[in-house]
Design a protein. Structure first.
Length: 71
């Protein structure tokens, strides 16, 4: 399942680190976090994407505590 989200991230370096962290999660096929467009795309083999996004958000907040993911 591929989903796109608006994301608020402060710098390109943080976006890259968030992308790396998401890609390491189980069942993630691919992920991109684009600082310029403030968009996140996640391709993951999960049934409940909302529950999975809770995990993604926790990982992203480890990198940048004040980031926001708009679902």
């Amino acid at each position: 399942m591929i989903k796109k989200y608006k994301v608020e991230v402060d710098c390109a370096n943080c976006a890259a680190k968030m992308e790396e962290a998401i890609k390491k999660l189980e069942k993630v096929n691919n992920a991109t976090v684009n600082f310029m467009t403030q968009k996140m795309t996640i391709d993951a083999d999960v049934e409940d994407m909302d529950a999975f996004m809770d995990i993604v958000e926790k990982e992203c907040k480890k990198v940048e505590p004040d980031c926001e993911i708009y679902r």
